[in-house]
Design a protein around this ligand. Structure first.
Ligand code: ATP
Ligand code: MG
Length: 339
């Protein structure tokens, strides 16, 4: 074990949300690799039926079954699971009621659609239930307590690639709604157990955002909503961060429209570029644009800071997202002390 302090020590269920397309799946995968870096076993779960994880790790589409997908830098492993609500429902029917064959009939009948029509939260409970079950699962015969101590946990951490910000609070809180419908019995017990994990300090909801107006607004609204239903907000992961190209003083001046075109032309001339004066004039426009963009990003960071949660940078990967890139992002999350 390393002795360094990490922000999310003690957290075992990392829920990753964010505005659509801001990089939830990419960041969730990087976080899973980062968590596995010290030799642990981490489960990465997706629930949207989109098969977003498999291509990231260069795997064929995931079956409804946990599969090893990557080895982290320190030797730990990342496993992945694409949860399917219908398969999860059949699994629960079998587990609680021994209804395997009835389950098959129900599958043909469209059981999940039926259950969802009665209680809209059921689908979400089935999906979150798989993640919370993995958080609590223990190895060994019977997976239960043993005399003289409990058998070890199967996963050190679970990362949930969750629905987008607009739906995440409802998604995570659906269990409370369903628990309200069933007063007693296995469904109620199950819902209570799921909720217990989700509300415990072992679970946090992380927000992925870009430094742009709309994603930042959604991030802040999402944080308020998640807090509003009494869940723990984790960190803010600022994705696709590009380093500034110029010194702060030059950037500040350029944002006001002040660019030393003469100095730029001399630099271009020294670099042996023909037509340096015209080039310098054209380039100065781009310098101003870049500086204004950086200023807008700084404003977005200030707004995010108002949420009072730790922020982490996730670099923009120039060559696109591949496994090497995910490892790089994982290393950077560790360098920033997240995990
Ligand atoms: N740090 C990054 N650097 C470069 N490209 C990135 C980065 N993060 C994400 N992308 C790219 O942006 C696109 C969206 O990323 P991703 O699929 O992870 O987002 P998402 O939030 O999960 O999307 P959805 O809402 O559709 O599930 C993908 O093409 C991905 O490769
Ligand atoms: Mg995704």
């Amino acid at each position: 074990m390393s002795s360094r302090d990490r922000d999310w020590d003690g957290v075992r269920l990392h829920v990753v949300t964010g505005k659509g397309g801001t990089g939830k799946t990419t960041v969730a995968a990087s976080l899973a690799l980062a968590l596995a870096a010290e030799g642990g076993k981490v489960l990465l779960v997706e629930v949207e039926g989109r098969q977003g994880i498999a291509p990231l790790f260069g795997c064929p589409p995931l079956p409804y079954e946990e599969r090893g997908v990557a080895v982290a830098s320190g030797g730990g492993t990342v496993h992945a699971l694409a949860v399917d609500a219908e398969a999860a429902l059949l699994e629960y029917l079998e587990m609680f009621y021994g209804l395997r064959r009835a389950g098959e009939a129900l599958r043909r009948f469209g059981a999940v659609d039926f259950a969802t029509a009665i209680a809209p939260g059921v689908r979400d409970v089935l999906l979150t239930g798989k993640a919370t079950e993995a958080v609590r699962r223990r190895s060994g015969p019977g997976r239960g307590a043993r005399r003289g101590g409990r058998s070890p946990l199967v996963y050190d951490a679970v990362v949930l690639d969750a629905p987008p910000t607009g739906r995440v609070a409802r998604f995570l809180n659906a269990t409370a709604e369903v628990a309200g419908l069933a007063r007693v019995g296995p469904v109620r017990n199950h819902a209570d157990q799921v909720m217990e994990v989700i509300r415990s300090p072992e679970t946090v909801v992380h927000f992925v955002t870009l430094l742009e107006e709309m994603p930042v607004q959604e991030c802040l609204d999402g944080i308020a909503e998640v807090r509003g239903v009494g869940l723990n907000v984790g960190g803010i992961l600022v994705n696709m961060v590009r380093p500034p190209l110029l010194e702060p003083a030059v950037l500040a001046a350029a944002a006001e429209g002040a660019v030393d075109v003469g100095a730029l032309a001399r630099g271009l001339e020294a670099a042996g570029l023909p037509g340096h004066e015209r080039l310098a004039r054209e380039l100065s426009g781009e310098v101003v644009e870049h500086a204004r963009h950086m200023r807008m990003e700084a404003g977005a960071r200030d707004r995010l800071a108002g949420a009072g949660r730790p922020c982490y940078d996730v670099a923009f990967l120039d060559g696109g997202v591949d496994l090497a890139g995910l490892h790089r992002l994982a290393g950077s999350l560790r360098d920033q002390g997240a995990v």
